[in-house]
Design a protein around this ligand. Structure first.
Ligand SMILES: [Zn+2]
Length: 145
């Protein structure tokens, strides 16, 4: 039995459908509440769980990029490193919208009431707005002679 399970793939984690404790796909019943675990349903749930955690970690990258954008913006006013700030700002003005759009394509269709995913989605919206503002603010700067 253990052998056939190992053949399919590695062990994945998922929340127990009954009590919500974190369990993995190798168990036949929940160690916390003893609910029997259906292996097929567990795999589906584990796949959704890993997709949600991927969405959350990608969203935290987006937040880091948005903070870097602000940092580079401030750097532009610092003597000697102003050029580095401007270069970083130009890079992030392009990179952030691209990454935000990529996030929505990958994870925008996920339907879950997971609070972590809700937070990730909110972060993706805020970073998207920051990215658009940065892009918009770049246009008048660019038209300078
Ligand atoms: Zn349980």
């Amino acid at each position: 039995m253990a052998g056939s399970l190992n053949l399919s793939s590695a062990v994945h984690v998922l929340p127990c459908p009954n009590c919500g404790e974190t369990i993995n796909t190798s168990v036949q019943q929940c160690p916390f509440c003893s609910t029997p675990i259906d292996p097929a349903a567990a795999e589906v749930s584990a796949a959704a769980t890993s997709r949600i955690s991927q969405a959350c970690s990608d969203a935290s990258y987006l937040k880091v990029m948005a903070w870097s954008l602000l940092t580079f913006f401030c750097l532009m006013f610092v003597p000697f490193v102003g050029l580095a700030g401007a270069v970083g700002l130009w890079f992030l003005r392009i990179a952030i919208p691209v990454m935000v759009v990529r996030w929505w394509i990958k994870f925008g269709s996920i339907k879950t009431d997971d609070p972590d995913f809700a937070r990730a989605k909110r972060a993706a919206i805020i970073v998207g707005i920051v990215g658009l503002l940065a892009l918009a603010s770049a246009i008048p700067l660019h038209s300078h002679p």
